[in-house]
Structures are given as C-alpha cells and as structure tokens.
Design a protein around this ligand. Structure first.
Ligand SMILES: [Zn+2]
Length: 152
C-alpha cells in the first residue's frame, strides 16, 4: 500500500490513525478515534440491540480460561468426594495402595510443600501428609483455601 504523507496541523496529529481497525470485527475505526481505542464504539441499532465489540471480544477470549478453571474445580470436587469416602472407609491413616484404590493422585493436589521432611499435599479441604520412611499417608482437614469463602 502506498504510504500517504499528510501535512498535519497540531490538532489533527493525535487524532488520525489511518490503519486502525477493530480487534474484534476488523472494521475501520472512526477517524476521530484516540490512539488507545482498539474496538468499535458501542452502538445501538433501531431495535435497541447493542453492538459492543469490546465485550464480545473479551467474552470469546476469556472462555478458555473459564473452561479450564471449571475443569480444575470439577476434578477437585471429585477428589474431595473420594478423599472423604476413603476416610469413611479406611480412616485417617492410609497406605499408598489405599490412595491408588480410591484414585487419589497426590500429584493432582492444589499445592505441595515439605515441612520437616514430611511432604504435605494440599487439596481443597484436605492435606495429605506423607511420611517418607513408613509411606503412611495421614489425612487431615484444613481451611487454607476456603476460610471465609476466600482463597488464603
Ligand atoms: Zn468492531
């Protein structure tokens, strides 16, 4: 494309962006758009339907994250149920075989840390403490993530 040279007076300089297009629909943005504008202005048609490219763009692009978090949450809920079931059936001290039987994969924890040589696996409502010598896993409840409904 041929590049045009404009003689711009002080007023027009900041207002003219020849090749700016909407990030959502690709329409050319109004000539009086500021440099920061990335989407069409919000407009309404004669029936009152809103055309809002910015919201539409974010709605589409935020979706993978929302799906991912929904998936993680669903898995954690399922894990929570299985851990509760394991406690009910076996108790608070279990073997690796028990964990396997109940499909509790320690690596699927939300967070993990080693305290005094004991591995702590944090799940939504439980912490599983693995003794490296005995390979016995102690299950305790915690409210690290759910205290007052907020993530700590
Ligand atoms: Zn647009």
């Amino acid at each position: 494309m041929k590049k045009k040279n404009f003689k711009i007076d002080g007023k027009k300089q900041f207002a003219y962006h020849p090749e700016k297009t909407c990030r959502h629909c690709g329409a050319t943005l109004p000539e009086n758009s500021t440099a920061r504008r990335e989407f069409c202005p919000i407009t309404y048609d004669q029936y009152g339907n809103v055309r809002d490219c910015k919201s539409a763009y974010h709605r589409i692009n935020d979706k993978p994250d929302r799906d991912m978090f929904a998936m993680i949450t669903a898995n954690n809920k399922a894990l929570y149920t299985r851990i509760e079931y394991l406690i009910e059936m076996v108790g608070n001290e279990v073997t690796t075989n028990h964990l396997d039987t109940y499909q509790i994969n320690l690596i699927e924890c939300v967070n993990a840390e080693k305290i005094n040589g004991i591995q702590h696996w944090y799940f939504i409502k439980h912490v599983i403490k693995t003794n490296p010598f005995t390979q016995i896993h102690k299950i305790e409840c915690h409210d690290k993530y759910t205290n007052n409904g907020t993530i700590a």
